[in-house]
Design a protein around this ligand. Structure first.
Ligand code: NOJ
Length: 737
């Protein structure tokens, strides 16, 4: 598991290097820097960040200002072997610094360049939360492979992705970067991403190293508030949060990033149970662990370290291999080795891991970005990459509600409203590596490109007032109103938790005013998290969740609105009916008083019992009927079959989902757990038997002593098109001892 697959010669080379390196040089390998900004701008850095956050300047303008700023690239430190890694997106500069590292530093060890390539590099793909709604590992892998190809052309060797945090709380802004709430789907996602970034051989020039982040349980920050504390039993950690990490380590992920939060009272950054016992010893992970930005330093704020020196000591002891930006190792480790406060073994272990990744990436053989590829993706978007993005975007859209309005006729006169409909930047979503708003097709442009008759007026921005007169006038002549509503990029992602996840600003008023015209209304939602849409569900006849789909946003939306693509996306995160239901997720542990109409059950007085849209939910323009569930026990597996029939009038793709409930366990078990899914495309009237296979070894769980248990007893098999509406069958199972 988690092998680097190095040859004997490569391993030997690493040992030779280690034997020759000074303590300073070893510590240098563990030090990751970003270029520092020299001098000031016309406004302060904080002000600049605010300006881009509140939309006074675009992402592109921000990027331009930053790229013109004078920077210190720490050349002298690189020359002295005091830097092992850089965060950088600048191929020419990358090669300049690399030349210093390789030719002028004593050991000639290449730098490794890391970057947040989260959902695409130049070709921006749907945000991860959206893409996961495709439930399609080929899609996950293909977009990562394109991102790797483009990023590597800029000299990037390593992406800080995939984020594999299980996210059950829609208030948490970073749910947008996640694959949602389910450990099984999350594992399918994390494995596919690792394959996409790293390929079969990460030393290929078009591949990059992946990072599993954030290790671990960051998605469980209390109340969905970013950077908050986490409280969680070990059994929940191992059953609910670690599976995507374990799966992706098995797939060969080369690096892991520790999470900002604490686990069991110890920040993950200095948590030796997590870094050593679970990851390195337990899973056999052979790559290296990097801290999150500034996180070693933040151990002082956590109150777990007295000062930066103490934090440095604790981090090395716990198995934290690389310091991102805290300057802790850089400032203190050499002295601490001399004083014998930190052991040489700990240092060697970290450096060995870092050198192994550099070796496996082929950096010793080809340290430089290739001149001939440097500008390959800087001009027009690559059409093949755009096509991959469009496929992902269409498959990411989830049809939440449709009272016979969609698909629209091409001849329909559309009144298009909502400022997001014509806003390129906000198609990108949180994080864009080299992504540009100017590449994005908005909903307005997409509809026009599809030949629609569109009259557009913004009428209401995400946070601005409703212009009721503008709405009445644009809608006057229309057959249908398409209202594009939702969140800006800045409302999800890091440091963007919301305490109220209803539609922001006056957008509900916009919808109400649109409905008041008496015309049919379609709400096209653009957002980075599940929203609380109870009112919208009750009033608006059609709701289409389009998230933030990247460069092809508008083309994908147009394809769905006109029925050129029949929506097939299924939610990877529950939509609560109201914010107060958060955290709301389908695989909740059983309780003694499951929610019911009766008062003394686990429920709220003032909220519905159910969420609005359950995990796995998503409509199609056709209808699928499930019949004839059969559960057959075989030697090592259960073979579950079901007949799925397309009972509607157009071809559609369905995701058939298998859930399991372990009825009685030695610890409280979830009410349902996803165990497998299959995709099937059916023509109108067509019926097919779909088979889902569940290995018996996957029917167990970790107890609080961390033992994996397979316990005999009753299990309920559920099969359906979402986690709520399923056929079911109960079986008693006796596992072979
Ligand atoms: C902080 C974020 O938590 C992490 O996900 C990211 O990779 C680093 N910053 C580097 O930008």
């Amino acid at each position: 598991m988690g092998r680097m697959n190095l040859t004997k010669e490569q391993k030997q080379k690493i040992e030779e290097l280690l034997a020759q390196m000074t303590v300073e040089e070893k510590v240098g390998q563990m030090n990751q820097l970003s270029p520092s900004i020299v001098g000031g701008f016309d406004v302060s850095m904080e002000e600049l960040i605010e300006m881009v956050t509140d939309g006074r300047i675009t992402n592109e303008e921000f990027g331009k200002i930053m790229s013109q700023a004078e920077r210190d690239f720490h050349e002298d430190e690189v020359r002295a072997g005091k830097v092992g890694s850089f965060l950088l997106n600048n191929p020419k500069k990358a090669n300049e610094l690399q030349r210093i590292a390789v030719e002028e530093s004593r050991m000639g060890i290449p730098l490794i360049y890391g970057l947040d390539v989260i959902h695409g590099f130049r070709t921006t793909f749907p945000i991860p939360l959206a893409e996961t709604c495709s439930w399609n590992p080929q899609v996950f892998e293909a977009s990562a492979a394109v991102a790797a190809r483009e990023a590597s052309s800029h000299g990037v060797h390593w992406t800080f992705a995939p984020m594999v945090d299980i996210a059950r709380d829609a208030r948490w802004g970073r749910i947008s970067e996640s694959a949602g709430e389910d450990p099984y789907l999350g594992s399918v996602y994390s494995r596919a991403k690792v394959r996409g970034y790293q390929g079969k051989n990460p030393a290929d020039r078009e591949r990059i190293a992946a990072t599993l982040k954030h290790f671990v349980a960051y998605g469980a920050v209390e109340a969905g508030q970013d950077y908050n504390t986490v409280s969680m039993a070990r059994s929940m950690l191992h059953n609910g949060y670690l599976p995507p990490v374990k799966a992706a380590v098995e797939e060969g992920a080369m690096t892991v990033m520790a999470a900002f939060n604490d686990y069991n009272g110890v920040p993950c950054t200095v948590n030796s149970y997590l870094l050593r016992s679970v990851l390195k010893e337990g899973y056999g992970f052979e790559g290296f662990v990097v801290s999150d930005a500034n996180a070693i330093r933040e151990c002082v704020n956590h109150g777990i370290a007295e000062d930066l020196a103490d934090a440095s000591r604790k981090a090395t002891a716990a198995g934290m291999d690389m310091d991102m930006g805290s300057n802790a190792y850089n400032s203190h480790l050499v002295q601490q080795i001399e004083n014998k406060e930190v052991s040489m073994e700990a240092l060697d272990e970290a450096v060995r891991r870092i050198l192994s990744v550099k070796m496996a990436l082929g950096l010793f053989d080809h340290p430089y970005a290739e001149e001939e590829r440097m500008e390959l993706y800087d001009g027009e978007l690559n059409p093949e990459h755009r096509a991959v993005a469009l496929d992902a975007a269409k498959r990411s859209i989830v049809l939440l509600k449709n009272d016979n309005i969609l698909p629209l006729k091409k001849e329909a006169k559309i009144a298009l409203v909502g400022a997001l409909a014509d806003d390129r930047d906000n198609c990108l979503g949180a994080w864009f590596a080299d992504g540009r708003g100017s590449d994005c097709i908005t909903v307005k442009a997409g509809l026009e490109r599809a030949g629609a008759q569109v009259a557009y007026a913004p009428c209401c921005g995400v946070e601005s007032e409703l212009q009721a007169e503008e709405l009445r006038s644009v809608a006057a002549d229309a057959d249908v109103i398409v209202a594009v509503v939702g969140e800006t990029n800045a409302m999800s992602g890091e440091a963007s938790s919301r305490a109220d996840i209803t539609l922001p600003g006056h957008q509900q008023e916009l919808l109400a005013a649109a409905l008041a015209t008496g015309k049919p209304v379609v709400a096209v939602l653009m957002n980075g998290r599940p929203l609380a849409l109870q009112w919208e569900h009750e009033h608006v006849p059609a709701l289409v969740e389009t998230w933030q789909l990247g460069v092809t946003h508008g083309d994908a939306v147009a394809a769905v609105l006109f029925g050129d693509y029949n929506p097939s996306g299924k939610l990877c995160a529950t939509f609560p009916a109201m914010t107060g239901q958060c955290p709301r997720y389908y695989n909740h542990p059983n309780t003694g008083r499951p929610a019911s109409k009766s008062k003394f059950t686990s429920r709220y007085l003032d909220a519905p019992l159910e969420p609005l849209y359950p995990f796995g939910y998503g409509l199609s323009y056709t209808e699928f009927v499930y019949e004839n569930l059969k559960v057959e026990e075989q030697a090592d597996t259960f073979r579950v079959t079901v007949q799925v029939r397309n009972a509607g009038s157009c071809t559609g793709e369905e995701t058939v989902q298998l859930y399991l409930r372990d009825v009685v366990g030695s610890i409280v078990r979830p009410v349902k757990e996803l165990k497998a899914f299959e995709k099937v495309t059916l023509k109108p009237g067509e019926s097919r038997e779909v088979t889902l296979t569940l290995a018996k070894k996957d029917m167990g769980f970790y107890n609080d002593e961390m033992e994996y248990c397979l316990e005999d007893g009753a299990f309920i098999f559920y099969v359906g098109g979402n986690s709520r509406d399923c056929l079911k069958e109960e079986r008693r199972v006796a596992f072979e001892k």
